[in-house]
Design a protein around this ligand. Structure first.
Ligand code: B12
Ligand code: SF4
Length: 453
């Protein structure tokens, strides 16, 4: 009888602090790997390792290591890949970054999966069994992703992830914000799952708090309404990512609230009309004109605990406008906020523009550069130095997550104070995110010489 094949599924870390092995702080489940596990035939032995939380046992006799790569983990992914390949274990790389830069990724892999894995992963497994692994497998997104596939969440057991289940209703987004990697990966398309599959997936797991990791859960408003109707009887609470043009549709908003939505990550990006039009964020165009007053009033009316996301370093930004953005967020008492440095991801319009203007730093490949640090500016901003942009965005994160700010924002009556559950959510997560601000700032990508295997 032939031996069962053994595959390691790996979720890499970004890097690590100089004197500690792992970055502190609770982590979220890597959904993509559970989907991959769900696609894997049952005769394969699967083990998942989360490099953020545990050491990888390179010598445990694997027949394949399958690594999920995003841009901020690319350097670490390639290090892990080298360790496996040194031991004669073939490596498969997949994920967003691999799909956007296959020529780079193939230098570190035996095989690549480009695009979604639904159709190509089972083919790859068959080839692995036969010893005929191809160099590349391609899969365009299908009309209904994850069709008939239940993620295998048992791979998360004993990893102490945050008590929130990640799930997807849709993938992609039809909008074309100039900095967005998803928009390139999905070629400005949006794909929804069969709603019955989503309902089945919710019922198949125990948690009542769900994070729909959709790029934009309301991208197709009619489809979203159907989903929300189906969620109502399940009595879950959920969060997701959504564009603010959802506020134009009252029926949609009422269903969203009724279906248990606590709030969404919403890309405010910039408080300047010029900035919004330069980045082609069409969903915000009409809301930015009154300084988002209407949008914020409406979000509060619907009791939404909004996570406002800003990108800092657009050509319209100055040192003063960045500070103003931070004050804007504080004054409006959002429940959460992210102040991300604008980052040029390969394939995006932003990347092409900065490259053409010769403004990319770190040889244009900041994600591979040994000196690049997480949350540092990777390009030459128009109205300040890269160092200033790095410092200003760190300043925003420090101001936002200070104890004074957490206390001041806590008592917002229409959102955080709406129910004890919401207040608890606010109090549980804000200090957690505060720790993340300090833990991750400035870490180098990858482990470098520090790898201990
Ligand atoms: C959920 C999410 C998060 C969560 C993380 C959840 C977690 N598990 O830890 C949170 C909110 C914390 C987060 C944070 C960040 N994120 Co994020 N995130 C996402 C999001 C919205 C969804 C990911 C997801 O769940 N997908 C669902 C699963 C099913 O899909 P998947 O993982 O892509 O896997 C499929 C395929 O890609 C493939 N596949 C994937 N891996 C592999 C591996 C192998 C071997 C194979 C065969 C196939 C395969 O198979 C799967 C099924 O088809 C994506 C957007 C997106 N569309 O991908 C951004 C995204 C991945 N994030 C991004 C970024 C930049 C960040 C941040 C750096 C933002 C910031 N500035 O702080 C941080 C840093 C993360 C960190 N490690 O600290 C970028 C990455 C850009 C890039 N080029 O790689 C994305 C693409 C968003 C974007 N619009 O540009 N993120
Ligand atoms: S709305 Fe969000 S997901 Fe859609 S293209 Fe813009 S940034 Fe990307």
């Amino acid at each position: 009888m032939s031996r069962r094949l053994k595959i390691a599924l790996i979720y890499p870390n970004i890097g690590r602090k100089e004197h500690s092995m792992f970055l502190d702080g609770a982590k979220m489940e890597p959904l993509g790997l559970a989907v991959l596990a769900g696609l894997t035939p049952k005769d394969i032995e699967l083990v998942m390792f989360d490099d953020r939380l545990e050491q990888i046992p390179y010598d445990a006799g694997f027949d394949l290591a399958a690594i999920s790569v995003q841009i901020f983990t690319a350097r670490r992914s390639y290090e892990i890949s080298e360790e496996f390949r040194k031991r004669g274990v073939p490596v498969a790389l997949g994920g967003v970054h691999v799909t956007l830069v296959p020529e780079e990724a193939e230098q570190y892999a035996d095989t690549l999966i480009l695009g979604d894995a639904e159709h190509s992963w089972p083919v790859l497994i068959e080839d692995l069994k036969k010893g005929t692994l191809q160099k590349r497998y391609m899969c365009r997104p299908s009309e209904h992703p994850q069709n008939g596939v239940l993620p295998r969440r048992e791979i998360f057991k004993n990893k102490r992830y945050l008590p929130i289940s990640l799930m997807q209703f849709s993938r992609g987004c039809p909008n074309k914000c100039s900095f967005c990697a998803s928009s390139v990966y999905f070629d400005k398309h949006h794909y929804t799952r069969e709603i019955s599959g989503v309902v089945e997936e919710i019922k198949a797991q125990k948690r009542k708090l769900i994070f729909f990791t959709d790029d934009n859960i309301v991208a197709d408003k009619e489809a979203a309404k159907e989903l929300f109707k189906a969620l109502i009887p399940l009595k879950i609470r959920w969060v997701s990512q959504a564009s603010m043009d959802m506020l134009e549709d009252e029926e949609l908003m009422k269903l969203l609230v009724k279906s248990g939505c606590l709030g969404n990550v919403i890309g405010f990006e910039s408080i300047a009309s010029g900035g919004i039009s330069n980045m082609q964020k069409s969903t915000n165009a009409h809301f930015v004109s009154d300084g988002y007053k209407y949008a914020i009033k409406e979000l509060r009316r619907y009791g939404q605990q909004t996570w406002a996301a800003f990108t800092l370093g657009h050509d319209s930004d100055t040192a003063e406008s960045i500070k103003q953005t931070c004050r804007f967020a504080l004054d409006n008492k959002f429940t959460f906020a992210a102040f991300n440095i604008l980052n040029p991801y390969p394939g995006t319009e932003l990347y092409k523009k900065l490259e053409a203007e010769n403004r990319l730093l770190y040889d244009g490949k900041w994600w591979l550069h040994p000196q690049y640090r997480f949350n540092y500016a990777s390009f030459m901003p128009k109205n300040m130095s890269p160092e200033e942009l790095t410092e200003l965005s760190f300043w925003c994160r420090r101001m936002w997550s200070s104890s004074a700010s957490i206390i001041k924002r806590a008592f917002e009556p229409q959102t955080n104070m709406r129910t004890p559950y919401r207040f608890f959510t606010y109090l549980a997560y804000n200090p957690l995110f505060r720790r993340e601000v300090y833990n991750k700032q400035g870490i180098l990508f990858g482990y470098g010489e520090g790898e201990k295997s």
